[in-house]
Design a protein around this ligand. Structure first.
Ligand code: HEM
Length: 419
């Protein structure tokens, strides 16, 4: 199958080292071709990429496109590596119409039942454990040693995963998100762990998202619950970690913020919002297919071809309204339309608490690496490392005031009942 990809002699690559190091250069190349242009998300896997903010909004809210990956011709003909198909053709974000509405209602209701005060306490507890492990050292990688584990541990607690299941999930998700060679095996392992968690919750339900989903009036099958839990983990943990890591990097490297870091919550929220606009954690997602040949902002859209929104490129679109406004809210980091992220407040609670806790705990943070290289893969935009230096902090005794007991477990309902 060949497509008319020859508008540009070289089709920009949204993968590989050059892309990870300078994603904005690939987005500029795409933008130079037009509001929608051909890109590659793996060697020889061609997609149309929307870099124009207005065109992306139009696509995201147009019911004449489907999310059903059955419409992807290259996928049907075996032309898409399994590692890539997992992030671009599976899960809640790739269902449509009434099927999506039913599953989405269950996800929305279960996420809405989460007690955000309890989430803050859970994040603080994990954050303190993680900080204690590196504070005495005087240096750390806040991506691997902090942002990644604090997001994932909080999410697996929310799902009610016991610690061993949480550890196994942690071991598998990175290669799925980065679309690495072993992503298919890692995804099978993730599914296996989630089936175990579901079986345990059916036997003994708890105050957690998995139990609520099993009991939801939409009557999801076990397989449907498993897929929604996988979506929550895959679409939740990595973007939240990326948001934390990139915001910490901004706070440490941009003079306007670095001098005000002690200024607290306002500064942190401002930097978090700037990250959403200029370094969207979900980089290229929201796959659509035309049900019949269409035109999007003057560009012919054939059937059978994925049309992706570049959330990252639309954030950088020079024509985006309000781009440089102090309260910039027009970015599409959360997407828009029926598939917009259902967990914006939850993710913001996790990210803000995690950032505040480390900034409060470790003073005089500096970073020796102002340049920011990204993790591989087209899906995410996440720093590889956020290396920091700081004056070593002496260890705090385990039962110091203000520290929650070690056996405190996340339990939204139990915590709500205590209030
Ligand atoms: C607690 C953390 C999070 C959870 C549980 C979560 C969960 C989800 C789920 C289940 C979806 C699928 C929605 C649907 O198709 O109806 C989704 C979509 C999305 N999320 Fe989140 N998310 C989280 C954090 C984030 C963060 C931090 C970002 C980026 C700032 C983000 C950006 C997106 C985007 C862009 C989509 C749309 C994807 C698409 O249309 O293909 N999410 N999220």
């Amino acid at each position: 199958m060949t497509y008319e990809t020859d508008q540009s002699p070289i089709v920009p690559r949204l993968f590989g080292t050059a892309f990870s190091e300078r994603p904005a250069a690939a987005y500029d190349e795409l933008r130079a071709v037009g509001p929608v242009a051909w890109g590659q998300i793996a060697e020889g896997v061609y997609v149309l990429v929307v870099t124009n903010h207005a065109a992306a909004r139009e696509l995201l809210t147009d019911p004449e496109y489907t999310r059903d990956p059955g419409a992807w011709e290259a996928l049907a003909h075996g032309g898409v590596p399994a590692s890539l198909a997992l992030m671009y053709a599976g899960g809640l974000q790739h269902t449509d119409g009434p099927d999506h509405e039913r599953l989405r209602r269950a996800v929305d209701d279960c996420l809405a039942a989460v007690d955000l005060h309890a989430v803050r306490r859970t994040v603080q507890r994990h954050a303190r454990t993680l900080i204690d492990a590196f504070a005495h050292r005087g240096h750390a990688d806040l991506m691997a040693e902090y942002a990644d584990p604090v997001s994932l541990r909080t999410l697996t607690d929310l799902l009610g995963c016991p610690p061993d299941a949480a550890d196994r999930i942690r071991a598998h998700i990175r290669s799925v998100i980065a679309a690495e060679q072993d992503a298919a095996e890692a995804s099978a392992e993730l599914a296996h762990v989630l089936r175990e968690v579901i079986a345990a919750k059916k036997y003994r339900p708890g105050a957690d998202v998995t139990s609520w989903m099993l009991a939801h009036p939409a009557l999801l099958s076990d397989r449907e619950v498993q897929c929604q839990l996988a979506s929550v983990i895959l679409l939740g943990a990595a973007p939240t970690a990326a948001w934390i890591g990139a915001t910490l990097h901004t706070l440490l490297t941009e003079r306007a913020y670095a001098s005000e870091l002690v200024g607290g919550a306002v500064t942190i929220r401002q930097a978090m919002n700037e990250t959403l606009s200029s370094r969207s954690p979900v980089a290229n997602a929201s796959v659509h297919y035309a049900r019949f040949p269409k035109v999007l902002h003057g560009v012919h859209i054939p059937v059978g071809v994925p049309v992706l929104v570049s959330h990252a490129a639309t954030g950088l679109d020079p024509d985006r309204p309000g781009r440089n406004a102090s309260r910039d809210r027009s970015h599409l980091a959360w997407s828009a339309g029926a598939h917009r992220c259902p967990a914006q407040i939850l993710a913001a609670t996790i990210a803000e608490t995690a950032i505040e806790t480390v900034v409060d705990a470790v003073w005089d943070l500096t970073t020796p690496t102002p340049a920011i290289a990204g993790r591989p893969g087209p899906f995410q935009q996440c720093p590889v490392h956020v290396g920091v230096l700081f004056p070593p902090v002496p260890p705090v005794p385990p039962h110091a005031p203000g520290r929650p007991p070690e056996n405190h477990r996340f339990s939204p309902m139990a915590d709500a009942a205590k209030r």
